[in-house]
Design a binder for this molecule. Sequence first.
Ligand code: HEC
Length: 101
Amino acid sequence: MLLMSTTLVQAQMKPADVTAAKSAFSDNGCANCHDASLRGVGPALKEIAARYKGKKVSAEVAKRIIEGCEGRWGQMAHPPYAGLDPTDAALLARWILAGAP
Ligand code: HEC
């Protein structure tokens, strides 16, 4: 039973998707401004997950990752990533909203 429930919790994202999201995150320099749990220039990934918990916002978050955003968290802007593949942006949004496992 314990094994089953552990599997259920982790079933939110496939291990391969988690690995791909982590490399997209480091390849695109996201870690320069975002930490998993500490606020840096940008909000911590866990803060982002907490704010949007239970809301179906992954498409709009992916859009903001590409187009950039400001004024939602503080004074600093998240820069636009015009060259980021929309598939990668969607994966990154899903991973961050899942609490960056
Ligand atoms: C130059 C610093 C910087 C870099 C690099 C950066 N971000 Fe951000 N990011 C920010 C800031 C600052 C905010 C808060 C913007 C605001 O207040 O609206 C933010 C906000 C966000 C949000 C929350 C958006 C929302 O809907 O509330 C997500 C998700 C995010 N960033 C993901 C990423 C990802 C993924 C990358 C890499 C592709 C990245 N960031 C690169 C600074 C950065």
